[in-house]
Structures are given as C-alpha cells and as structure tokens.
Ligand binder design. Structure first.
Ligand SMILES: [Zn+2]
Length: 125
C-alpha cells in the first residue's frame, strides 16, 4: 500500500511514484491520479492508468497517503456507499425458482397488479 512517494520537480510539477502490479514503480504527475474517499466510512483509495502498460491500477490508501496525494494536487472524488446497503431485508433470499416465476409473471399483461397483490399478501402474513 504505502508505495507512494512524491518529489517536487523543477517547476511546479510534483512527480509521484506509484507502483503498477505489472511494471513496478512508475512516474506520474498529479493529473494522472485520482483519489477517492468514501464519505460513509472514510476509506480512501487512489487509481491511475499505468503509463507503460496502460492498465488501470487501484489501491487502498491510508489517510496519510490521501493527504499526501491531495496536497500534491491530485483531484479528489468523494463517493457514497450504495443506499441498498442500508435497506432492511425481509423474507428468504431469492432462489432460481423465484427468478423463473418472475420471468413467467412478466409475460402476462397484468404482471404489475399480480406482483402488487403478492407483495401485499406477503406483508400481511
Ligand atoms: Zn503497468
């Protein structure tokens, strides 16, 4: 993880050395990287496209690395976990049979009404 180092170049350009799994250490500038921080749990990561093999590289980043990269001029994106994660789940998990039933249900014109009736019935159980 902690394979990021930065070095101030001659001008205003900071060289950032990061590690590509295929190529090893590669030299980047702030524009080449993106830092992503999750607003919900504050986990950080950074990603870049390797200048040598053009592969996409993404790594977890500690707070220290995030601060280091942001202070070097790397743009930061804040993202949120999908809202689905906090939804409450009731009932048994779907099975392949359920999926097949649903598929067949969708072939009828009144599928929505039938589905609504089923849902109402299951909630009143
Ligand atoms: Zn590479």
């Amino acid at each position: 993880m902690g394979s990021i180092t930065t070095k101030d170049g001659d001008g205003a350009v900071t060289t950032i050395r990061a590690n590509c799994p295929s190529c090893g250490d590669v030299q980047l500038t702030a524009d080449d990287l993106t830092v992503r921080v999750c607003a919900d749990d504050e986990r950080g990561s950074y990603c870049f496209r390797c200048p040598e093999c053009l592969g996409a590289v993404a790594k977890e980043a500690s707070r220290r690395i995030v601060d280091l990269l942001v202070s070097s001029g790397v743009r930061m994106q804040v993202w949120r976990l999908p809202a689905e994660l906090s939804e409450s789940r009731v009932g048994a998990p779907l099975t392949p049979d359920d999926l097949l039933d649903f598929h067949l249900l969708l072939t009828s014109d009144s599928w929505f009404e039938q589905l609504a009736t089923e849902v109402r019935r299951s909630l009143n159980r």
